[in-house]
Design a protein around this ligand. Structure first.
Ligand code: NAD
Ligand code: ZN
Ligand code: ZN
Length: 360
């Protein structure tokens, strides 16, 4: 058993606190990881707001890179000393999706079996099955993905959630291809990663939409060819104007809001694809004329974790980053310590950062 300090969300909407956490030694199929860096994702804030579930206390942090400290019996995919990115999808191999050859949707993803706890033994709910705002964390072996150790942990860890979600929303779910036109609505870390993904995939027009000019300036750096500030103008009209009146082939919603979903729905060309990657809250609803759903054709998709397969995708994106083709380091807006996580949520809400990254 190891005693570390970790960031805990004890009750709904209350500031997070730094608490003593007990982390067991790895059992069969488990890996103990020394966390080197962990990004602050909007989903951590969703947990603290109680909008994901009520299973408090949560052990936050899930966008992390680190070094394997020790492995439990039967672990073969990694060894102590390996540099890894933590994944919140670890395909089981046997669920109805895996057994049909679609592990990127796995419905029974595997996490550590043993619980990490507070000092008094209260079991913690690790965010997305990880819990990495701490010096050590216990994960399922399949969640530890070995990548090239030349990568800066602060940049590499981001591939573990938001950046992979955005890249994959464009490349895997939206299937953006050479010559496509793409709109991305909401240009936080996830949306800007979708822009970077669309650029990597060869899109010729990439329209970034946000309500914050700072985000749009960054969007240009990631590959947006045009930007639209949707305060005071209708982004659907603007996107049509920029695409010969037709709309885009792929519209990616990276906010998680009915208004922006509707914009994504209507800014598409006929037969276009909508990808919802933003996470809505339980109270949200949409109402669309069914005739428009039919008449506009195409497809309405949701993207969980960019439909990624971590063992396939993480090493590839880290290599592209090391080759200078994917500017992962530009997502790191600031490096902070564990006790600055609460302030980083406020910075995120004020739109000041793409990613605050806790460096340990
Ligand atoms: N699907 C997944 O697997 C997955 C993974 C990680 C994160 N997410 C979700 O993706 C979303 C974005 O995450 P993030 O970390 O980039 O958050 P973020 O807060 O950094 O970015 C959200 C962006 O949306 C913009 N925005 C807000 N309202 C808008 C509006 N009406 N029109 C246009 N833009 C608007 C904000 O200015 C901001 O730039 C969140 O809902 C998060 O939970 C999904
Ligand atoms: Zn499975
Ligand atoms: Zn996340």
């Amino acid at each position: 058993m190891h005693e570390v300090k970790g960031i805990i969300s004890k009750s709904k909407k209350e500031p997070v606190t730094l608490e003593k956490v007990l982390v067991p030694d790895p059992g069969p199929g488990e890996v103990l990881v020394e966390v080197k860096a962990c990004g602050v994702c909007h989903t951590d804030l969703h947990y603290r707001e109680g909008s994901i579930s009520n299973d408090f206390p949560f052990f936050l942090g899930h966008e992390a890179a680190g070094v394997v400290f020790s492995t439990g019996p039967g672990v073969e995919n990694v060894a102590p000393g390996d540099f890894v990115i933590l994944a919140w999808r670890s395909p089981c191999g046997t669920c109805r999706s895996c057994s049909r050859g679609r592990p990127w949707y796995c419905f029974e993803s595997r996490n550590a079996t043993q619980k990490m706890t507070l000092a008094d033994g209260t079991p913690l709910s690790p965010a997305l099955g990880i819990g990495a705002f701490a010096e050590l964390t216990l994960v399922g072996a399949g969640q530890a993905i070995k990548v090239n150790s030349d990568a800066d942990p602060a940049a590499a860890g981001l591939i573990g959630c938001g950046i992979m979600a955005g890249l994959g929303a464009a490349i895997n779910t939206g299937n953006v291809s050479r010559g496509d036109s793409v709109a991305v609505i909401g240009c936080g870390g996830v949306g800007n990663a979708a822009i970077a993904g669309a650029k990597l995939a060869g899109a010729h027009t990439i329209i970034a939409v946000d309500i914050d000019d700072r985000k749009l300036k960054w969007a240009k750096e990631f590959g947006a060819t045009h930007t639209v500030n949707s305060i005071g103008q209708d982004p659907v009209d603007e996107i049509r104007k920029l695409t010969n009146g037709n709309g885009v082939d792929v519209a990616i919603e990276a906010v998680g809001n009915p208004l922006t979903y509707e914009q994504a729905f209507y800014c598409r060309d006929l037969a276009g694809i909508v990808v919802l990657v933003g996470v809505p809250t339980p109270d949200m609803k949409i109402e669309l004329p069914l005739l428009d759903v039919f008449g506009r054709g195409g497809s309405l998709k949701s993207s969980w974790y960019g439909d990624c397969l971590p063992t396939r995708d993480f090493p590839v994106y880290i290599d592209l980053y090391l080759q200078g083709k994917l500017p992962l380091e530009k997502f790191v807006s600031e490096r902070i310590s564990l006790n600055e996580v609460e302030q980083s949520f406020q910075k995120m809400q004020r739109g000041e950062v793409l990613r605050s990254v806790v460096v340990l």
